[in-house]
Design a protein around this ligand. Structure first.
Ligand code: GDP
Length: 459
């Protein structure tokens, strides 16, 4: 990928009002920009300097702190200038406009989304998995997700992947060296314990995959559709499930007003809950507007990982419930929750049946809530290990799965009596390519474009 080194600038803090706001610039050399912005002043690298930010005509826009990072000792690896002013949208826009104007002669332009981090990657400050972790940390919706993102950002995930690449490369070298001496092929596998080495690599990869798959849960969460008639206790149940955690949960980005959606978390796993109040099976009596709303809700039901169907244990299913349940898409697990057992006299319990798992509880009395939580975690595939996890993306899981497949094929070649060493080596090479794509040692420009364009401007 060609590195565009023209200087860039953007507001780096979130839109809106805040105590401070930051305008950031990066470029191979920012010396001309510094001279234009702060004539007569010298900014010592990595020192905070308090000074006025002035327009070209000398009028003061704001008073603030300027910090200059001389490349390569900066986030992007280039020269970086950070101007910390007051965090108002207008004052920051004025400051950004001033920076763009002052740097115009040197070709300074507005940064594209993710361009600062992209430069950090291209200048070897971060690898690809770490760059993704920057976005994941910013987007984390739970504490557990934020912790895992930080771990990936620190390079823990990358180091683990790198170790796997090294092991695979080592074994491949050995096999390829043997290919040059065909007469020794026969007992090569025995002598070098190539099979044993391969088994060790596969086992390590499996462990990484487990951590990554669990981490992906922290990132993506579980899509839950909540179905139930009015007054069966849907709100009460959500409150009981969320417990004390609700305070640190942020709303899901992009949720529309007409779809009631909120996120709660169980052991750090976000549950994206879609309330289907008003859902019913479309028949002729439904008018156009309502039909649109209902169709949209059914679309959500189709994308769900689990359907929670709430019923009143004392009353049982209503006719409308039966119709809805009959219309559920096949293959999505259903948890039938019988609420208000304090009134009906049932005991709190879980009962797995063919059609669904039945959970008896009382949302109001907080009885049986743990059983439901455990059931949801089981459906999510969550295994509590207490170990730290990797906040993996789907892209990482696909690469890990593919690498595992190639290693297994390598093992099959090694197990055959007429061992084909060149096929063995080739599978190792393919596994190695897949693993390297995670950290970006081997990634196409297209992939980089997709990853960085999802960042917001200023990151
Ligand atoms: P929603 O309309 O489905 O969201 O139902 P709500 O959560 O608003 O609950 C409806 C009514 O049922 C409220 O008066 C709740 O206090 C009551 N309720 C909810 N869960 C229970 C329960 O487990 N036991 C009893 N006795 N009442 C409950």
């Amino acid at each position: 990928m060609k590195l565009d080194t023209s200087p860039i600038a953007a507001i780096a803090t979130a839109p809106g009002r805040g105590g401070i706001g930051v305008v950031r610039a990066s470029g191979k050399s920012l010396a001309p920009l510094l001279v234009a912005l702060f004539p007569g002043a010298t900014l010592a690298p990595r020192h905070a300097t308090y000074l006025p930010f002035r327009q070209a005509d000398g009028m003061v826009i704001d008073q603030g702190i300027a910090i200059y990072f001389k490349g390569p000792h900066s986030y992007t690896g280039e020269d970086v200038l950070e101007l910390q002013g007051h965090g108002g949208p207008v004052v920051l826009q004025m400051l950004l406009a001033r920076v763009l104007e002052a740097g115009a002669g040197a070709g300074l332009r507005l940064a594209e989304p993710g361009e600062f981090t992209r430069r950090a990657y291209l200048n070897d400050k971060l690898d690809l998995a770490q760059a993704e972790a920057v976005a994941d940390l910013i987007d984390a919706s739970t504490e557990a997700a934020a912790r895992s993102a930080t771990q990936s950002l620190s390079g823990e995930f990358s180091r683990t992947i790198h170790a796997l690449v090294e092991q695979t490369t080592g074994l491949r070298m050995l096999v390829e060296a043997t290919l040059d001496f065909p007469e020794e092929e026969i007992d090569f596998l025995e002598k070098s314990d190539a099979r044993g080495q391969l088994a060790v690599i596969i086992a390590s990869l499996e462990a990484v995959f487990q951590k990554a798959a669990q981490g992906a849960l922290l990132r993506e969460g579980l899509n839950v559709v909540l179905v139930g008639q009015p007054n069966v206790g849907k709100s009460s149940l959500l409150n009981a499930l969320a417990g004390a955690d609700v305070a640190i949960v942020t709303p899901v980005a992009g949720t529309t007003r007409d779809k009631v959606s909120e996120t709660i978390q169980i052991e750090g796993i976000p549950l994206n809950i879609i309330d289907t109040a008003g859902i019913r099976v479309i028949d002729h009596a439904v008018d156009v507007v309502e039909r649109i709303g209902i169709e949209r809700t059914w679309l959500e039901v189709g994308k769900a990982d689990v359907i929670m169907h709430l019923l009143d244990a004392g009353i049982g299913p209503a006719r409308a419930d039966e119709d809805i349940v009959a219309a559920f898409p096949e293959g999505i697990p259903v948890v039938r929750i019988w609420n208000k057992i304090d009134l009906s006299g049932h005991k709190a319990s879980v009962d797995a049946q063919d059609d669904a798992t039945h959970v008896y509880l009382s949302a109001q009395e907080h009885e049986g809530i743990d059983l439901l939580r455990a059931e949801l975690l089981r459906i999510a595939g969550w295994q509590q290990t207490g170990e730290s996890l990797f906040l993996a993306r789907e892209r990482h899981l696909i690469a890990l799965r593919s690498a595992r497949r190639h290693l297994e094929l390598a093992a099959e070649h090694a197990a055959q009596s007429d061992q084909s060493l060149d096929l063995f080596a080739e599978e190792l090479r393919l596994a190695q390519l897949q693993l390297s794509s995670i950290t970006g040692e081997f990634s196409s420009d297209d992939l980089l474009g997709v990853i960085f364009s999802r960042f917001c401007i200023g990151k």
